[in-house]
Design a protein around this ligand. Structure first.
Ligand code: G1P
Length: 294
């Protein structure tokens, strides 16, 4: 049964960013620029674009610049106004008008499942979205909107899946699914976090967008440490999928554009792709890249 419209988005951003050290020694990985916008802003914009009006970021120590980024900066705004720099003024103002954004600290980095559990009090008893900062999804592909529609229809929890080369599956949560007759979503029978190639039930990988039934909180509370000694969201979803609590779990197989900014090479590809599409310098960049490769 549906529980009403999804309004709240939870954005976990408490990770330590060890893969990008030393760049992330004194700066959150979510603030790494993708062209001229921090990675986290793409994710916040995607949530807002999908109609989510209440955003909660799960942060931690050394993450203050995230709050500063989405806050007003009167002195900077005045300086740009005096210079008559409308374009930058609008860009600066825009990043503070995406809210309201709420913040809660995770305290200890005990895993994604634990980070989501920190949202319990704020979310309450309604379905909610979770967006992971490492995944940049082209908002024009409407993935979140589709997932919210599936949530409303099924009343359960909805995950996003992509097909990956079997050799890559051990970097992701992996789902065993079955077709739902006449529907464009699938039923998730079981989930396993980062399986080895031989253990993987499929080549369907979980990516960082979820629309969850609030029953996940009660399950997370009872979920012990899993892969890597961390409390895994995948393990809680596995419980919901197998015992059917909270309406079960469904999946949307995503065919659109996604960049993983959590990995150095994929991050560079994201920056180059998005930069090469920019009107101001895309053409010049593409010409330069051709010459550079030759
Ligand atoms: C997390 C999830 C994993 C999922 C991945 C998507 O892993 O635990 O199931 O496939 O995000 O990006 P992480 O990449 O944080 O290790």
């Amino acid at each position: 049964m549906s529980m009403g419209k999804v309004r709240k988005a939870v954005i976990p951003a408490a990770g330590l960013g060890t893969r990008f050290l030393p760049a992330t020694k004194a700066m959150p990985k979510e603030m790494l620029p993708v062209v001229d916008m921090p990675a986290i802003q793409y994710v916040v914009e995607e949530a807002v674009h999908a109609g989510l009006t209440d955003l909660l970021m799960i942060t931690g120590r050394n993450k203050r610049s995230l709050e500063d980024h989405f806050d007003r900066t009167p002195a900077l705004e005045r300086a740009l106004e005096e210079k008559g720099d409308r374009t930058r003024l609008e860009a600066v103002k825009h990043s503070s008008e995406l809210g309201p954004i709420h913040y809660v600290r995770q305290g200890e980095a005990k895993g994604l499942g634990h980070a989501v559990l920190c949202a319990r009090q704020h979310v309450g008893e309604e379905p909610f979205a979770v967006l992971l900062g490492d995944d940049l999804i082209d908002e024009h592909d409407g993935l979140l909107t589709t997932m919210m529609e599936v949530q409303a229809k099924t009343g359960g929890s909805v995950i996003a899946l992509i097909e990956v080369d079997p050799s890559q599956i051990s970097a992701y949560g992996c789902a065993d699914v079955s077709v739902v007759e006449g529907e464009d979503y699938v039923r998730v029978n079981s989930l396993v976090e980062k399986p080895s190639v031989d253990e993987a039930p499929s080549n369907l990988a979980v990516i960082g967008r979820y629309v969850l039934h609030p029953a996940v909180f009660g399950v997370l509370e009872k979920t012990g440490p899993g892969r890597g000694g961390e409390i895994q969201l995948t393990d809680a979803l596995q419980t919901l999928a197998t015992d059917g609590e909270g309406g079960g779990v469904y999946g949307v197989v995503f065919k659109g554009r996604r960049f993983d900014t959590g990995d150095k090479l994929s991050y560079l590809k994201a920056v180059i792709t998005l930069a090469s599409e920019r009107v101001e310098f895309g053409e010049e960049l593409r010409a330069w890249m051709k010459a550079f490769v030759n």
